[in-house]
Ligand binder design. Structure first.
Ligand code: FUC
Length: 808
């Protein structure tokens, strides 16, 4: 175990480390009527690996917890997204910037690149003055585990019957139940966004059956004091790294029995009928440059925990369920799946073995909704965005700091948000990007002598916008990529206020940086990024394809957005850049889409980043519908890269193949991801656990069913043979439309559409060639036009339209 727990003031009564539970009885199978439930017939082992592969996550955006489900020793490892080491609390924190400005430092590099074409990326770092920076980790910091809520039930037997541990995605509730002797025990856990706390209820079907001791253990990298007073357990202190103050409070509310505050800071309940636990956390972090420090968390935390305690369990649960369902229930997906009565780990293990296509479809449906569930649990307005592990982290030194990687990973986390009808959950991303501008201006000026703002390949919660010392990581394009995502939020929602106040100012300032950073390539007179790299591969060059594609998108979006907000000057300036900008699209000597401006792609390269296909997804420059030759080249590149890859890489490839309109190949990648990059708790694994692959897969599955990036709304654009019949409701399309689809025998039967704001709608599907009928709700006749595989009509805001395929 890497973690150490403080002995000191917290002495835990933990009972047996892990209860061995007999295999599930055949008669005690889970009812098949819970299509969105992950369930298991044993607890997660109380180890790091058990946490990663088997614990079950709950979260309310700001806080998260994972449920192990031990019978005699229950463990809820919990997190608060603001608890980080590093940052301004560390004396020499510098936001990743230089200590002294070095404008012009890159000019020599640029000269060399013009002459040599490509140079070792290490040379760029040397010119930037970045040496191998051991303090980096210390300054940059890492996301932390807050601690573990441990519940010890020493009176329970080793042997239990009918054990279940489950996570109900639709209700947003995790649970553990079993029989000990002839007493039925049940535990329920949820993370409430409205109440801002994690709630548990422990009960038995016999009065007086609940006896346990609760304690909170925290990692050793902080000071700690733990006290128990009148059923309130308080654990507080400060991180050694940066002095960040933290506090957790647990209220223990027993019905019946007795409760004792122990001098060691634990609380014992004896013989209660039921007990409600309310857990809250806080830190003195504030998303506020440059100190990132706010007030001590104690007062607000106490108020929050007490307010929740006053509500009582029934009201807390009802409010949570209503809040959760209002998001989760927006999308239904039926691929013809039918859940067999086997635990989820067995379902996963059997997936794709040919025995039960209906079980495979059920797992796919579950995995799809799990991506949505995880976003609901890890990204709520007012909290930081979902990081590399969402909101869940166990370690002091988590993989890649469990940070915000900006060269694909953070972006991928939010791919499903708009299209799966969770647009408001992207607000933490918008706020985060907005918050990078202020530190990013300093970085732009110090490192490049440029206006605007810049961030590089990874950031923390303390405004790190400077470059990292690693040669793989030179990526000033992150802000431009994030701008594309902000503008896409507008395209999906048509929220003009958001465009004017948030997206447009950010896009404009991002573009300002690029106007200063771009250079004219003396070889052909085109504007290129230099130095420029294809994430995390190859030499430092001028105009690597991904850089150019991202910038093409930025200036294209900017031109359009400037038109919308009436900024004519900016629209003209963006048009001017676009006329000179190298769009980054070239077909190379082996028919591939070139990854660099020079034709140097190695056909044997299988690197997980397939960056030059940004133009296919999430970009819009390449599609079989608009640029068939480039799309064919993209396929050549993608095939050369093979289908292997880390979890997120496979997920991205689902999106690519969907955009390339090859449903069977997209489905093959989904299958690969489930079979080789998915853990028993359905978390994506890089390896190790990394949540982007979950979000990327949900996005990819949606892209198979609906696309709207090219103007028309493309219905079932990449339907695989395996999904011959199905139904989906509640998807969102750009233009602020909600779309439902029904299909059978691999062909669309009917589409339903409602439009928030109305306007012209153009739908595309091959089946329209055979005839179509458009009707509106309330029997209103609708004028429509069929043209090949498209049907066009004017929608009225709020009306419900049916687009039926004739002959179906
Ligand atoms: C990028 C990827 C790695 C990993 C890390 C968090 O650097 O290349 O595979 O996903 O981010």
């Amino acid at each position: 175990m890497r973690r150490r727990f403080l002995a000191g003031p917290i002495v835990l009564v933990l009972g047996a480390a892990l209860t061995v539970v007999p295999a599930v009885q055949a008669q005690a199978r889970e009812p098949a009527a819970m299509p969105y439930t992950l369930w298991y017939d044993e607890p997660a082992p109380d180890t790091n690996e058990g946490w990663e592969t088997r614990s079950l996550p709950i979260g309310n955006g700001a806080m998260g917890a994972t449920v192990f489900g031990g019978v005699r020793a229950e463990r809820l490892q919990f997190n608060d997204k603001t608890l980080w080491t590093g940052g301004p609390g560390v004396a020499d924190y510098n936001f990743g910037n230089w200590d002294a400005p070095r404008p012009g430092a890159l000019e020599g590099i640029r000269e060399r690149i013009w002459k040599e074409g490509g140079i070792p990326p290490e040379d760029v770092l040397a010119a930037l003055g970045l040496k191998s920076d051991t303090p980096r980790q210390r300054r940059f910091g890492a996301y932390q585990s807050f601690g573990d809520l441990r519940l010890a039930f020493p009176g329970l037997p080793e042997q239990t019957g009918d054990y279940r541990r489950r996570l109900d995605l639709a209700r947003g509730v995790a649970g553990v139940s079993f029989t000990a002797g002839d007493v039925r025990h049940s535990r329920e856990y949820f993370a409430s966004a409205p109440a801002g706390v994690i709630v548990a209820r422990l009960a038995t079907d016999r009065p007086g059956g609940v006896t346990f001791t609760a304690g909170i253990a925290v990692p050793a990298n902080r000071t700690v004091s733990a006290t128990a007073e009148r059923g309130r357990l308080t654990v507080k202190g400060a991180l050694t790294s940066n002095g960040m103050a933290y506090e957790a409070q647990l209220r223990v509310l027993n019905q019946g029995g007795s409760r004792t505050d122990n001098p060691d800071g634990t609380i014992t309940v004896t013989g209660a009928d039921s007990v409600v636990l309310i857990l809250g956390t806080g830190t003195d972090y504030a998303a506020d440059y440059p100190t990132y420090k706010g007030e001590d968390p104690h007062a607000k935390l106490t108020a929050r925990v007490d307010a929740a305690a006053r509500q009582g369990y029934a009201r807390l649960l009802a409010a949570h369920r209503a809040d959760h369902a209002a998001l989760f229930d927006r999308v239904r997906l039926d691929l013809g799946g039918s859940l067999p009565a086997i635990p989820t780990d067995e379902l996963l293990a059997q997936y794709g073995n040919g025995a039960s296509p209906a079980a495979d479809r059920a797992l796919e449906q579950l995995f799809y909704q799990y991506g949505r569930y995880l976003l609901i649990a890890s990204s709520r307005p007012g909290s930081l965005p979902a990081n590399l592990q969402g909101v869940w982290n166990l370690q002091e030194a988590p993989p890649w700091q469990s940070d915000y990687h900006l060269n694909i990973n953070l972006q991928m986390n939010y791919w499903p948000a708009e299209m799966t009808n969770l647009a408001e959950l992207a607000r933490p991303l918008h706020d985060y990007v907005n918050g990078l501008r202020e530190p990013g201006r300093v970085t732009a000026k110090q490192m490049y002598g440029a206006r605007g703002w810049v961030a590089h390949h990874a950031s923390n919660i303390f405004g790190q916008t400077g470059a990292w010392d690693h040669p793989a990581y030179f990526f000033p394009e992150s802000g431009a990529w994030l701008s594309e995502q902000l503008y896409d939020h507008y395209r999906f929602t048509l929220d003009e206020r958001f465009l004017k106040r948030t997206a447009y100012p950010i896009m404009k300032e991002t573009a300002q940086f690029w106007l200063d950073f771009l250079r004219t390539d003396p070889r052909d007179g085109k504007l290129v990024a230099v130095p420029s790299r294809s994430p995390e591969l190859g030499p430092a060059t001028a105009g690597a394809s991904m850089s150019q594609e991202i910038l093409f998108q930025l200036f294209t979006d900017l031109r359009e957005a400037a038109g919308l907000v009436g900024d004519r000057q900016q629209a003209a300036a963006a048009a001017d850049v676009l006329a000179k900008l190298d769009p980054g699209l070239r077909v190379g000597r082996w028919g591939q889409l070139q990854e660099w401006k020079e034709d140097i792609d190695d056909p044997a390269e299988t690197h997980r980043h397939v960056s030059h296909l940004f133009a296919v997804h999430p970009g819009r420059q390449i599609s079989p519908r608009t640029t068939p030759e480039l799309a064919a080249a993209a396929k050549v590149s993608l095939n050369a890269r093979t289908d292997v890859g880390t979890g997120w890489s496979k997920a991205w490839k689902i999106n690519f193949w969907a955009r390339l309109l090859d449903g069977d190949r997209a489905h093959k990648l989904l299958r690969d991801q489930l079979q080789t990059s998915t853990l028993a708790n359905l978390w994506d694994t890089h390896p190790p656990f990394q949540i982007d692959g979950n979000f990327g897969a949900t996005s990819g599955m949606t892209e198979m069913l609906l696309q709207s990036h090219l103007g028309a709304i493309d219905l079932l654009p990449a339907l695989p043979a395996a999904w011959a019949a199905g139904r989906v409701t509640g998807l969102r399309a750009r233009g602020a439309h909600t779309v439902g689809l029904t299909w059978a025998s691999g062909r669309l039967s009917e589409a339903r559409l409602t439009s928030d704001q109305g306007g012209e709608v153009k739908l595309r599907n091959d089946a329209f060639r055979g005839g179509v009928r458009v009707t509106a709700g309330h029997g209103r006749p609708v004028a429509y036009r069929v043209d090949g595989d498209t049907v066009t009509f004017r929608a009225r805001a709020g009306d419900d339209y049916r687009i039926g395929v004739i002959g179906r």
